[in-house]
Design a protein around this ligand. Structure first.
Ligand SMILES: C[S@@+](CC[C@H](N)C(=O)[O-])C[C@H]1O[C@@H](n2cnc3c(N)ncnc32)[C@H](O)[C@@H]1O
Length: 248
C-alpha cells in the first residue's frame, strides 16, 4: 500500500508537504494555545513535521497516519532527531476510516481531505476521535481569485472551478456544518513557492541520479513544464489555509 510513486519522487526532500512553512506551522501551534500532554491525531501526517515540532515546542503527544512508506519513515527519523520519539507515533497505513482508540484534544487533516471523501466527510471522521470541546484542524485550498474559466481551474490542477470555494464561502461552509472557526493560519505565495519550487530541484537531482528509470520521462516532462504552469495558475489563483474548528 502506498501513494502514487511520482509524489514519493517529487516530494522526497520535503519536510512539509503543503504550502504552509515551518514558521507558519509554529504560528499555528502557538495560536492553538496547546497544553503540555495534549493529544493530537494527524491523518495524512506526511513526514511528521507538525507532530514532531509541536511535541518539541509544546510537549504534545500524538499519532500520525500516512499512506506513504517513505514519508512515514522520514517522520519516524525526524521524531528521533528532535528527541520526541517517545511522544509521537507514526503509522504507515490508509487513514480512511481511522478512529483513535483514545479521544484526542486536536484532530487534524492538513491537505488530504480526500481521506474522508471531502471536507465535510473528513470533519465527520476527525470528530469521531475528538473529545468534547476539542479542536479540529482542516488544511484546505481555496480560491485567492476565482478562476474565470474551468480551463484556468484545470491549470491549477483542479477539475473545475467548483472544486474549491473562495475564502469567505469556505469559512461559511464550516458554519453550515455546525462548527465555529476559532483560528486560521493562511499560506502565502512564498509558502506556495517553498512547496512547489522545492520539487524542481528534487526532480532535477533525481533525473541526474536515475536517467534510466521508467518514471524519468514523466519527471522530465514535469520539470520542464511545472515552473511556468505553477507561476501562471496555482501561484496566482490558489490559496491554502489551516482552519481550526470547534463544534457549536
Ligand atoms: C498534501 S500531503 C500533506 C502531508 C502533511 N499533512 C503535511 O502537511 O506535510 C498529503 C498526505 O496524505 C497522504 N495520503 C494520501 N492518501 C492517504 C490515505 N488514504 N491515508 C493516509 N495518508 C494518505 C500522502 O502520503 C501525503 O503525505
Amino acid at each position: 500500500m502506498d501513494i502514487p510513486r511520482i509524489f514519493n519522487i517529487t516530494e522526497s526532500a520535503h519536510r512539509i508537504h503543503n504550502p504552509i512553512t515551518a514558521d507558519k506551522l509554529a504560528t499555528l501551534g502557538a495560536a492553538l494555545r496547546l497544553e503540555r500532554g495534549a493529544r493530537v491525531l494527524d491523518l495524512g501526517s506526511g513526514s511528521g513535521e507538525m507532530l514532531c515540532t509541536w511535541a518539541r515546542d509544546h510537549g504534545v503527544t500524538g499519532t500520525g497516519v500516512d499512506m506513504s512508506a517513505l514519508f512515514t519513515g522520514q517522520a519516524k527519523r525526524r521524531a528521533v532527531e528532535l528527541g520526541v520519539a517517545d511522544r509521537v507515533t507514526f503509522i504507515h497505513g490508509d487513514a480512511a476510516g481511522y478512529v483513535a482508540d483514545q479521544k484526542v484534544d486536536v484532530a487534524a487533516c492538513l491537505g488530504a481531505t480526500w481521506i474522508g471523501g471531502g471536507v465535510a466527510g473528513t470533519i465527520a471522521l476527525l470528530a469521531q476521535s475528538l473529545r468534547a470541546g476539542g479542536i479540529i484542524l482542516v488544511g484546505e485550498p481555496f480560491w485567492r481569485q476565482l478562476p474565470p474559466t474551468d480551463e484556468v481551474a484545470k491549470g491549477c490542477l483542479a477539475h473545475a472551478t467548483g472544486d474549491f470555494l473562495v475564502l469567505p464561502d469556505l469559512l461559511a461552509s464550516f458554519g453550515r456544518l455546525g462548527y465555529d472557526v476559532v483560528e486560521m493560519v493562511l499560506a502565502d505565495q512564498d509558502g506556495w513557492d517553498r512547496y512547489e519550487a522545492a520539487k524542481w530541484l528534487t526532480m532535477r537531482r533525481w533525473l541526474e541520479e536515475n536517467p534510466g528509470d521508467e518514471f524519468a520521462t514523466e519527471v522530465r516532462a514535469q520539470l520542464t513544464a511545472e515552473p511556468v504552469r505553477y507561476a501562471t495558475f496555482t501561484r496566482e489563483y490558489l490559496g491554502w489555509g489551516v482552519f481550526a474548528l470547534m463544534g457549536r
